[in-house]
Design a protein around this ligand. Structure first.
Ligand code: DC
Length: 249
């Protein structure tokens, strides 16, 4: 799967499915580089939903801790910091704009230190409980595609659609490398990106609280050998099948 060009939709969703989608919660979980953002963005556009990137919230809080000089493993310091933090997501067709304490910090959230920091602050149960509460409020009235690691297992265990998007680590790492701008790509080797992604995977999958894993009722979509169009088409088909079920009619 490659990030460009943007996928085509085979057809428009039916009126019934669009109506069902307005009340639905669609959970997209999976490891880094599996294609969650691309798929979530596409589904949001296709079905007229809000796309909420929960990883961006952990990234914003990591940025706050780094800026404030609070250790990422220092939960006693992180907790009071969280009480003085507001995080706001503004969905756009290109992804979420992220406001930290009222300031747009979107451009800083992909910095390597912030990426690593997000994975580290997200191991703390108290920080997760705060984030989960915020995420549940954001999507309370439905009509959202929410992407993350624990959406189908913890944030919305009763989500209407759960997709767990996965791919081989090497493929995910190389996709991430291909997405770097030329300046950043000149400074790292692809192997290094794969190594960092494996380290983050390891932490996300093995933390005690809400580890990354598919919900029992998630549909697993492995994108290792699929093109972007194929992944998107399969995700659309999964959503259409779930939203056509009798509970929505
Ligand atoms: O999706 P992302 O790469 O932006 O996520 C950054 C980090 O945030 C990821 O390494 C783990 C954490 N995260 C999480 O623990 N739970 C979520 N729902 C989303 C992200």
């Amino acid at each position: 799967m490659t990030a460009q060009p943007q996928p085509d939709s085979a057809s428009q969703p039916s009126f019934e499915i669009l109506a069902a989608a307005r009340r639905a919660i669609i959970a997209i979980d999976g490891p880094a580089g599996a294609g969650k953002s691309t798929v979530a963005r596409h589904l949001a556009q296709f079905y007229g939903l809000l796309n909420l990137e929960t990883g961006a919230m952990y990234r914003a809080f990591a940025l706050k801790a780094l800026t404030a000089g609070v250790g990422l493993d220092d939960v006693a310091g992180l907790l009071p910091l969280s009480a003085q933090t507001t995080i706001h997501l503004e969905p756009t067709g290109e992804g979420n704009l992220v406001y930290l304490d009222g300031t747009d910090v979107t451009a800083r959230l992909r910095e390597p230190e912030v990426t690593d920091g997000a994975s580290r602050v997200s191991v703390h149960p108290q920080i997760r409980a705060w984030m989960v509460g915020l995420q549940q409020q954001l999507a309370a009235s439905g009509g959202v595609v929410m992407e993350g690691r624990d959406i189908g297992t913890v944030v919305f265990p009763h989500a209407d659609v759960k997709i767990f998007l996965d791919a081989a680590p090497e493929v995910r790492g190389l996709r991430r490398y291909d997405q770097l701008d030329p300046e950043a790509a000149a400074e790292v080797q692809p192997e290094e990106v794969v190594r960092e992604l494996r380290a983050r995977d390891e932490r996300d999958r093995n933390r005690a609280d809400s580890p990354l894993k598919p919900a029992d009722d998630a549909v697993i979509l492995d994108s290792t050998r699929l093109t972007l169009d194929q992944v998107v088409a399969q995700a659309e088909a999964i959503v259409a099948a779930k939203l056509s079920a009798p509970k929505f009619s």
